[in-house]
Design a protein. Sequence first.
Length: 115
Amino acid sequence: MSTLRLALQMVLGLALPFALQRWDRRRLTPEQRAACWNGATWGAALYAFGPLSMLGWCWVTRGVQHGRPGARGTRGTAPFRALKALGLGAASAAALVLILSGVDSLVALALGLPP
């Protein structure tokens, strides 16, 4: 049964961030979409980092590189944009980890296994 739990964690660890990032990608502006990862980088980030790939995803799509230097009204906003992107990435990664933990606990409870 522990093999089942491990397999479920592995599948959900890839599927949940992928679904969230795919949903987010549809909502991005064309400029943000152009800065997104290509398929190989996206897959590698999901495979290597799972839910923690949300940090990189939010940085790439919402990080400081999207503020044009010298554009009117953008002076001094880069640090705030960077903190916002990292905060969003950390919050979404934490939410995904909590969901994964909850699903694992529910499966263990349903199968009568220790947590």
